[in-house]
Design a protein around this ligand. Structure first.
Ligand code: GDP
Ligand code: GDP
Ligand code: MG
Length: 303
């Protein structure tokens, strides 16, 4: 399947309200008040957020007043333009340096957001690009977490370092870095335990991991990505701000966009956090982790 087809298929559910609303007003000439309300409803329903929805609808209403022949097609184009502007800066590529020591990427976030699977999918993807990667199973809190990453690693033939259940996660991160360094790897991908930002002891555990890694590489972690479950919308993004303050985030991964009718959540998440979205999750297979593309996203959302 091509990349655009993956976006389109993954965002099918998330785009249905928007596509439905625009489909009913296309080819019908000048928009009427009822259609404007329908469009507005669709943007709210899809979780684009109040601010973005208002901005889009204000622009559409203004153009509708000013232009006698303002049609559904024009409204669609205008909405697309505004969303493109809102998403400016959201794309980013993971470029690894050619230095002798590996870079470190920490995957963090709350329980169930998709950290572990994203670690495996990312490693698989980069490996296919010729990069040398080692995974660190640093969620030592749940016994099943290590097993989960290990089984991905077996399936995808990825290198992994694991610690025993209850081990100090910082120690496992340290060991993983050492393995990556001695094997001349490009990247060390650290899977961390899910945690809530209000649990100070767990936040301290992250800080400790960072301190320990910095003993080996003062720039580590080079990348700290927050994994956000796109199907829960902007609920709980307060946590993201706390993670950012305490740990310093460098980017986002927005997962599970395939499982929700709220495909606009990605826009509200970006608008709130203003961190580049490196990847999005469009399903459960390894190929469903895709670099975020504003163009593909918008082409999938709009008819
Ligand atoms: P609490 O200390 O009152 O929050 O009690 P809990 O039963 O929630 O947790 C006991 C200990 O287990 C905590 O002090 C943490 O060290 C650890 N812990 C609890 N929940 C989590 C979690 O979700 N992730 C990780 N990494 N550790 C946890
Ligand atoms: P963690 O607790 O943050 O490590 O989350 P996991 O990686 O264990 O993922 C939790 C569940 O979400 C698993 O069943 C994953 O297969 C699923 N998941 C992760 N990303 C996606 C995605 O992009 N789409 C779908 N449909 N499911 C996903
Ligand atoms: Mg996990």
């Amino acid at each position: 399947m091509g990349i655009f087809s993956r976006f389109k298929k993954g965002l099918q559910k998330g785009a249905q309200a928007i596509q439905g609303a625009f489909a009913t007003v296309t080819g019908k000439g000048r928009l009427d008040e009822n259609s404007l309300l329908q469009i507005e409803e669709a943007f709210y329903e899809s979780d684009f957020g109040v601010e973005t929805t208002e901005e889009i609808l204000d622009s559409i209403r203004e153009a509708h007043r000013a232009e006698k022949e303002f049609r559904g097609e024009d409204a669609c184009k205008l909405a697309r333009t505004i969303l493109g502007r809102t998403l400016e800066g959201a794309e980013s590529e993971l470029n690894l340096s050619q230095s002798n020591s590996p870079e470190v990427l920490c995957m963090i976030g709350v329980n169930g957001s998709g950290k572990t699977t994203t670690c495996a999918k990312l490693a698989h993807r980069l490996k296919a690009d010729g990069k040398k990667i080692v995974l660190g199973a640093c969620d030592t809190f749940r016994a099943a977490a290590t097993e989960q990453l290990k089984s991905w690693a077996d399936r995808l033939d990825l290198e992994i370092v694991v610690g025993h259940h209850g081990a100090d996660s910082a120690a496992v991160a340290f060991d993983t870095y050492s393995a990556g360094e001695s094997r001349g790897h490009d990247l060390v991908v650290i899977d961390t335990a899910g945690r809530l930002h209000v649990k100070d002891n767990l936040m301290d555990e992250l800080a400790k991991m960072k301190r320990v890694l910095q003993k080996r590489n003062e720039n580590a972690p080079h990348h700290s990505w927050l994994v956000v479950d796109g199907s829960t919308g902007t609920n709980g993004l307060e946590q993201a701000k706390a993670f950012h303050e305490k740990f310093g985030l460098t980017g986002l991964v927005v997962t599970k966009l395939d499982g929700t009718a709220k495909g606009g959540a990605l826009v509200s998440i970006y608008k709130q956090l203003k961190l580049p979205i490196y990847f999005i999750g469009l399903g459960e297979s390894p190929e469903d982790l895709q670099p975020f593309s504003i163009e593909y996203y918008l082409d999938s959302i709009f008819p």
